[in-house]
Ligand binder design. Sequence first.
Ligand code: AMP
Ligand code: ZN
Length: 147
Amino acid sequence: MLVSPCIFCQIAAGDHLAVRILETDQVMAFLDIAPVHPGHALVIPKDHYENLLELPDELWGEMGQVCRQVAQALQKAFQAPGFNLGMNNFEAAGQAVFHAHIHVIPRFYGDGLQLFPQSGYQPGEMQEVGRRLRQALASEEEMGGKD
Ligand code: AMP
Ligand code: ZN
């Protein structure tokens, strides 16, 4: 069976062109080829993990540090007064490249972007949603304790 190579693994290995901006032992940052604004960067682990749920804690921490450095560079180089971090996990959330990555997007006053249109809750719905999530987290903790 022919398995198509992962484009971000190829970039990490230097087998595919990318404009790199920062690299650590385990993490790399490079420019998104289709930016929201110039400077829009992607932060990836060099090893292949599909999404946040697969990433080891230490690597997630290192990716966070690299995001912070990239954000500071965007402030300095382009005087970006703000930035968004974004991560699409799984197809339903719009993930198109199944190698975990965090978008670091510079933001400017009046740039017109609205990333998350918001809605509201019916009466009582918010309490019920909170209860379901606390229950899910509690059963996750129980399972974790048994391992
Ligand atoms: P998503 O998986 O939805 O977070 O989107 C993947 C992102 O990767 C998109 O913003 C693409 O523009 C970007 N992308 C895809 N291929 C490349 C590439 N070869 N170099 C840089 N960015 C890329
Ligand atoms: Zn990969």
